[in-house]
Design a protein around this ligand. Structure first.
Ligand code: 0X9
Ligand code: ZN
Length: 309
């Protein structure tokens, strides 16, 4: 839409209009999809971008955590670049990968973070404690789920894992959708903030590493280098999630790796390193977008070289 820009953060409504515009303006290559409904009844929408037959796919979700607004801002910029950029490197990744992108995954939480509580993280489904709604959707997936080291059983905690694996309708919908396309997907990406990390599986144990960890590190390093090359002095740290950040169980990335056999993927934790944290000033949006585009170009190139795409 004409009023959409990356100089500020947008509401849920505004992002829906952006998605509508993308679908309307690029009908030849964009196919909309809905993975299901949130607890409060909102559609969880995505788009597939495909320029030709025979491409391997990358799946990308952002705003699984509500307050991480930079993730959907960056994701919508990325979509716009894939569809409109004339830069040959961007055209290359746009046209030689099938993209499955969900710009705002945790829709209820996202709306709540705009309207009621800027620091809201979780879903909005009620729990056993009426004062503490919501589960952490990135602890609710069905992998190492009932683990007190990597999640909490207390509904009032920010890392509450939910009442059962996939108890959150959003997570169930995502698990079912990604399962349905898993044979086409070579790389799974999830956008978060903050801390400037590129994280691989595993999240559940800091001493256990995937058998293809060397490939993961090679691709992460390529993205890390590309970000540094943008010249803002933005330094990312890369490595397995549990070993470089902290143990977390039931994450979407580990679910994709462990249960769906998608053997390459990353959690990106965007700017900054903590000065502003989740409330990242909007002046950072465009530089973060530029760094992310560079990271994605490098990621696709290296993933293809190593046979994941
Ligand atoms: O805790 C999370 O879910 C992610 N960090 S955030 O600050 N965006 O909430 C990190 C998930 C990475 N996985 C592990 N650390 N295991
Ligand atoms: Zn997050």
């Amino acid at each position: 839409g004409e009023s959409f820009g990356w100089d500020r953060y947008h509401s849920y409504e505004s992002i829906q209009k952006f998605i509508d515009g993308v679908i309307e303006d690029h009908q030849d290559v964009v196919t909309p999809f809905i993975i299901g409904k949130s607890y409060e009844g909102r559609d969880i929408r995505g788009i597939k971008i495909s320029y030709k037959e025979g491409n391997r796919g990358i799946f990308l979700e952002s705003n699984i955590h509500a307050r991480e607004w930079i993730t959907s801002a960056t994701c919508t910029f990325f979509i716009n670049e894939l569809l409109t950029s004339k830069n040959p490197e961007i055209r290359n990744i746009a046209e030689n990968v099938d993209w499955y992108i969900i710009p705002v995954f945790n829709v209820d939480g996202f709306v709540y973070s705009h309207e009621k509580d800027r620091m809201w993280r979780k879903t909005r489904q009620p729990t056993t404690n009426p004062k503490c709604p919501g589960a952490d959707p990135n602890r609710n997936f069905d992998t190492h789920w009932n683990n007190d080291q990597g999640s909490s059983g207390n509904p009032c905690d920010e890392t509450y894992r939910g009442s059962a694996p996939l108890s959150e309708p959003e997570c169930k919908a995502l698990a079912d959708f990604v399962r349905s396309i898993k044979d086409k997907v070579g790389v799974y990406l999830t956008y978060h903030s903050y801390g400037q990390y590129i994280l691989t599986a595993y999240g559940h144990d800091e001493n256990e590493f995937p058998e293809n960890y060397d490939d993961m590190l090679a691709i992460a390093k390529a993205s890390h280098d590309a970000i540094l090359d943008q010249g803002y002095g933005t330094k990312y740290t890369y490595g397995s999630a549990a070993s470089v950040l902290y143990i977390a169980t039931g994450s979407s990335l580990d679910y994709a790796y462990n249960e769906l056999d998608i053997k390459m993927g990353f959690t990106f934790e965007f700017r900054d390193k903590g000065r502003y944290g989740f409330v990242l000033p909007s002046i950072n949006i465009l530089p973060n977008c530029q760094e992310t585009i560079a990271a994605m170009i490098a990621l696709v190139k290296r993933s293809k070289e190593l046979g994941y795409l």
